[in-house]
Design a binder for this molecule. Structure first.
Ligand SMILES: [Ca+2]
Ligand SMILES: [Ca+2]
Length: 217
């Protein structure tokens, strides 16, 4: 639409049209590309964890699952994954007993993001679920990071992120950890300046068009 208008009017209206076009393009560009970044959730001491096999299989899909018997996660310091903290349960970084944990957290969305990327690191392996859907399955037998696009699995309101992590390479005890973080981008409400520029451009074009129609041919 814009190129046609530009071509149609340029020959007759010269500089004024160019100014209207510039306002339109700046306004549209500002509206179309406006977005903001946010961390939806990241592992820290608020996450609930247990080193005992959950009593029912819906621990990773049911928002109302009773995890009151689980404990607050222990934050570890054995690798950096900012702003997510590396967590495990009470056994700590060099536990002699724990080889697997289960972890849960709930976060709320007032609007759905344009995109959401789940970044994670496991020492050593694990599975991650978003609202009951398996989105990461890492069973390569060694520590490492990966990421997954989880945009389509998010819903308005409460969302459950849950994982199980397994230490399967023992060094000085079960030196294990897991870090999980969801980074999202949201569309933002158009800024007043963008709307003003858009209005200026449209108003200018309409004025030029009206004048063009009234002018003798
Ligand atoms: Ca792994
Ligand atoms: Ca390990």
């Amino acid at each position: 639409m814009i190129p046609d208008l530009m071509i149609n009017f340029t020959a007759r209206t010269g500089g004024k049209l160019m100014r209207c076009g510039a306002f339109l393009l700046v306004g549209l560009f500002g509206v179309a590309t406006a977005s903001s970044a946010a961390v939806l959730t990241a592992t820290d001491a608020s996450w609930k964890v247990t080193a005992s096999t959950p009593g029912s299989t819906d621990w990773n899909s049911n928002l109302a699952f009773d995890d009151s018997g689980w404990q607050s996660a222990t934050e570890l310091a054995n690798w950096t994954f900012s702003p997510a903290k590396v967590i495990w349960s009470s056994g700590g970084q060099f536990s002699q007993t724990e080889t697997q944990i289960w972890a849960r957290s709930i976060f709320n969305l007032l609007t759905l993001p344009l995109s959401a990327i789940l970044n994670n690191g496991f020492d050593d392996d694990g599975d991650i679920y978003i609202n009951g859907v398996l989105v990461v399955s890492d069973h390569d037998g060694s520590a490492g990071n990966s990421s997954a696009d989880i945009t389509s699995h998010l819903v308005l309101g409460d969302n459950l992120i849950a994982f199980t992590a397994i230490d399967n390479y023992r060094v000085w005890g079960y030196n294990h950890g897991a870090a999980v973080q969801v980074d999202a981008r949201f569309a933002t409400v158009p800024e007043p300046m963008s709307l003003a520029l858009l209005g200026l451009g449209l108003g200018g074009l309409l004025a030029l068009r009206r004048r063009d129609k009234l002018a003798p041919t």
